[in-house]
Design a protein around this ligand. Structure first.
Ligand code: GLA
Length: 379
């Protein structure tokens, strides 16, 4: 009886402190210094349902995302490292904001308003050079400014970064802000804003790797996936879109009805061998620019679900084909082939070189505004 009362009292204190935390703006805590001595801070967002998101100012990287399963047991569902030094050393964009231009630009080059711009060719799929995820030092490798925010029933953190004219070869001073919110519906909301003083391509995305069983607990092939896309953009041997928007009908990329990732991941179809598995941009059925459901993931053992909604026209489904056991994660476990997946809401890869794709060009006087929501649940 006394024990029960003590337990009840402790539970009440815990519930109160969670509420107290949720009703205030998160404060920064030190997370270390980069190799060049810049201090990096971490912000922790919580809700009363046991969800906790930690994000740092280096790369606006989500360090961990704790989510309860159907029995209430909490696991960190994002891949990543424990220390800043490991992120600086080698990270395949774990949890980061990718920019100025997410995904590939063919030959590291594009023309805009009569000028040609050259970017770093930091990736060579199939021996073909291209610029990937913003170049050598993209937005995932810079230290952002940040402030904690308090919303109505939510906590947030706003990251800001000024990407200077000419940085990584891109034109224009680009002011970027990315805000993460966590609310009582267990929605992690990502709001993007950007303005520029010269026309420039912009394609910002969140590159979290998820494993709804928990990071470090094996592959993600048993997760079921549904994507609200009737078309995708096929790629060539350099993983650059050909320009076609092809029907998913009859292909391994047909996720209009839920099925497991593993079901056809090893298909010998040309697109699947070129991608080394799933690594494709889906043309979402919603092209209106307003927020709509884009993908739904379910992991049967834990019962965890993830719904991704976005205002963006595309989503890159990447199933961790380049993970090969070389990197060990925050709990010391090796990240092997396909141990995590990404759902990167975006404009289409290489769109600066494809006038037939939705334009990714931001012009002075306009404000880019996009939103993506990752909603966690159980079933
Ligand atoms: C994206 C790309 C992949 C790969 C990863 C990072 O998802 O589409 O090909 O480059 O990022 O490893």
């Amino acid at each position: 009886m006394i024990l029960n009362q003590t337990a009840a009292a402790l539970a009440a204190v815990a519930a109160f402190s969670t509420l107290a935390m949720a009703s205030s703006a998160p404060a920064p805590e030190p997370f270390g210094r980069t190799a060049d001595g810049t201090p990096v801070e971490v912000y922790t967002l919580t809700n009363s349902r046991g969800v906790k998101l930690r994000a740092m100012t280096y790369g606006a990287i989500v360090l961990s995302l704790d989510v309860p399963d159907k029995k209430g047991a909490v696991a960190d569902v994002t891949l990543g490292y424990k220390t800043l030094a490991e992120y600086e050393k080698a990270s395949p964009y774990f949890g980061a904001i990718v920019g100025r231009f997410g995904n590939r630009i063919a030959g590291g080059q594009f023309s805009l308003d009569g000028s040609t711009y050259k970017l770093a060719n930091n990736n060579t799929p199939g021996g073909k050079p291209c610029s990937l995820h913003g170049g050598n030092k993209g937005f995932d490798k810079v230290v952002w400014k940040a402030e904690g925010l308090k919303g109505d029933g939510s906590q947030g953190v706003r990251f800001r970064y000024l990407s200077k004219d000419g940085e990584e070869g891109y034109p224009g001073n680009l002011q970027v802000s990315v805000t993460y919110w966590l609310n009582e519906n267990s929605e992690w909301r990502v709001e993007y804003e950007a303005t520029t003083d010269k026309a420039t391509p912009v394609n910002l995305t969140q590159h979290a790797y998820f494993n709804l069983k928990g990071e470090g607990s094996g592959d993600i092939l048993g997760h079921t996936l549904q994507i609200a896309a009737s078309k995708f953009t096929p790629v060539n041997e350099g993983m650059i879109p050909t320009g076609e928007m092809r029907s998913v009908e009859g292909t391994a990329l047909d996720f209009r009805n839920a099925r497991t990732v593993g079901d056809r991941v090893n298909s010998k179809e040309e697109q699947m061998t070129l991608g080394g598995g799933y690594d494709h941009n889906f043309v979402l059925d919603n092209q209106s620019g307003s927020l709509a459901s884009a993908a739904f993931v379910f992991e049967p053992a834990s019962g965890r679900t993830l719904e991704v909604s976005t205002t963006e026209p595309g989503i890159q489904f990447y199933c961790g084909n380049f993970l090969d056991g070389t990197l060990s994660g925050k709990s010391g476990k090796k990240y092997e082939h396909r141990n995590g997946f990404c759902l990167e809401s975006q404009h289409f890869p290489d769109s600066p070189n494809h006038s037939e794709f939705p334009s990714s060009i931001l012009r002075p006087g306009k404000t880019l505004r996009n939103t993506t929501v990752f909603k966690f649940g159980v079933k």
